[in-house]
Design a protein around this ligand. Structure first.
Ligand SMILES: [Zn+2]
Length: 380
């Protein structure tokens, strides 16, 4: 199927002005003014007056359901495809969480492959909160080597639910991931769930001072507490990447997290955001007892972009980088998060009030004129 979207104002996320975008075979083939296209079966859509952005990329989402901290009833449900479509997310990295027994890494891989078959672009991290790490094969390094979707490893640090690995153990794991990243060409990422216990960012900076490249360490939930947030800024000023969970901010909003980080001297391209969607949001008291629970939503990326543009006056092409090119460049997925010839055919269309009207994934409409037209297998 070939699709030509004409006359939208295209943010790639770079501002390209009014342009035409041609997609076929799941990819973007050409972007330019007044494209002259002759292809049998071509569908042409006039999007004059609309804004076109890349499909959003969510790099921390519990697609097979997180949770479990409050017994069996607290296991969050699996995500359905239409939840992603409704908020413009076309691409993701799925993660496991606290429950290392019933939410296996194999279960996550199966869900990632199901979402890919349903039309999304999906990857994963192996392991979960535990150390030594949980792998599908002999080791997490072999998982990265053998499983194309596996971009790296997840761990929890500074959290009362973590396994409290020693610094030398974390460094050993990082060295393994870095080496496997070289062998596989995947880069190598240790995605770190950051808890509330301080000292972890300082440990990362010591690793750097000892000669380890800081870029392989990718902490998330960096703004749930103010002291953690401030440590994250210092880490980022040393060249690290920081990921903020959209909607969970000690500063009032994720937009403020991002803007304060930039003001403090952090490289804007080293700031990303994700949703923690379908994870549980447990609240604990001083004794570590759970006193409340909710399921994380998946719409925080879109909410934060609207906030950055509408309430903080951030130019569109800058507001979009935090969940498009910043994320995909850092993950080495250069054909994601952008509208350009050769990239995956993912895009969102908005009206001038920033209402999402259309979502295109791999060159096919998933939402059309505000109606979700592609649902998950069990949603029909
Ligand atoms: Zn999570």
């Amino acid at each position: 199927m070939a699709l030509l979207i004409r006359n939208a104002h295209v943010y790639a996320p770079r501002d390209l002005g009014v342009a035409d975008v041609l997609m076929a075979g799941g990819r973007t083939l050409a972007v330019g003014k007044d494209l002259n296209v002759v292809i049998p079966g071509l569908e042409t859509v006039d999007a004059a007056g609309k804004i076109m952005t890349p499909g959003f990329f969510d790099q921390h989402i519990h697609v097979n359901g997180g949770g479990g901290e409050g017994g069996y009833v607290s296991r969050c449900p699996e995500l359905n495809l239409s939840e992603l479509v409704a908020v413009g997310t076309t691409s993701l990295v799925g993660v496991c969480g606290t429950d290392f027994i019933s939410r296996s890494v194999e279960n996550l891989l199966a869900k990632v492959r199901a979402l890919t078959a349903e039309g999304a672009s999906a990857w994963m991290y192996t392991s979960n909160y535990r150390f030594p790490c949980t792998s599908m094969s002999q080791s997490v390094a072999e998982d990265m080597f053998l499983v194309p979707e596996c971009l790296g490893v997840k761990i929890a640090l500074g959290d009362h639910r973590s396994s409290f690995p020693r610094p030398d153990e974390v460094l050993h794991l990082l060295a393994d991931i870095r080496l496997t990243g070289m062998i596989t060409g995947k880069g190598g990422v240790l995605h770190v769930h950051m808890g509330d216990i301080p000292g972890i960012f300082e440990m990362f900076v010591k690793f750097q001072e000892g000669g380890f490249p800081i870029k392989h360490i990718r902490p998330t939930h960096c703004s749930r507490k103010r002291d953690i947030y401030e440590s994250s800024l210092e880490f980022a000023r040393h060249g690290g990447y920081v990921d903020y969970t959209a909607g969970f901010s000690c500063n009032g909003s994720t937009a403020k997290d991002i803007l304060e980080a930039i003001d403090s001297g952090v490289d804007p391209t080293h700031i990303t955001m994700s949703t923690d969607g379908h994870g549980s949001m447990p609240r604990f008291n001083d004794k570590g007892e759970m006193v409340g629970l909710a399921t994380g939503g998946v719409g925080g990326l879109l909410d934060t972009i609207r906030d950055l543009i509408g309430n903080h006056g951030v130019p569109v092409e800058r507001a979009l980088i935090f969940n498009t090119t910043n994320v995909t460049d850092a993950l080495g997925l250069k054909d994601q998060g952008r509208i350009e010839a050769g990239a995956c055919g993912n895009a969102c269309l908005f009206n001038d009030g920033w209402e999402l009207t259309d979502v295109i994934s791999k060159g096919c409409f998933m939402m059309r004129d505000k109606e979700i037209v592609k649902k998950g297998t069990f949603e029909e």
